[in-house]
Design a protein around this ligand. Sequence first.
Ligand code: ADP
Length: 214
Amino acid sequence: MSERANAFYSSLITHHFSTAFMEESFLDGRVRVLLGDITGQNVDAIVNAANSTLLGGGGVDGAIHRAGGAQILEECREIRRTRLPDGLPTGEAVMTNGGLLAARYVIHTVGPIYGRHGGREAEQLARCYQNSLRLAAESNLASIAFPSISTGAFGYPRAEAARVSSRAVADFLKGETSISEVRLIFFQPSDLKVFIESHKFDNREQGKVDASSG
Ligand code: ADP
């Protein structure tokens, strides 16, 4: 094997072993934090980090529409036509069908663009999580998966976002709710690592869970 091929395969192996066990749970197992692709999550609803047009975009938005098919976009168009002619405001959320996805529903929310909200970014990011959870609970859903809203193209610093999102989820779960599982999905190992180092969930001591368990 050439040196380059060797380096490639050993990096694959390192990647596999460094990420295979990267899942942690918090709040008595009601929150699971893991590496993965949100489009494949088997939950009642997945959340889309959309933009205000609701008509698709890059990043996780593009991935969800590609995997979910045209039915999701059709419902987004209908929502724009009937309820939101000016688009979905930052921090708000709407729910559509899940098209071809394993998830029955997609909850679309618009995260803040970092540096464009006059210091109210944290409040807006928290509202994304709260409003998405509220919508899911209003439909009596039990499980929901979030991507790391605003930390891609919208430039929100990951450690700060981890503090905001974990506080918002923990606050919501303090109340009476139908939701028994919140998954926070990270696409890159480094994003997951920053989250694990920065979140504000209480029970840090709760052990690592083998990602292959479920
Ligand atoms: P935003 O515009 O809100 O920043 P992005 O889609 O650019 O949204 O990025 C949000 C996060 O979603 C980033 O951490 C990115 O790596 C992640 N992401 C991209 N594709 C997927 C996917 N298929 N599943 C889960 N997370 C994803």
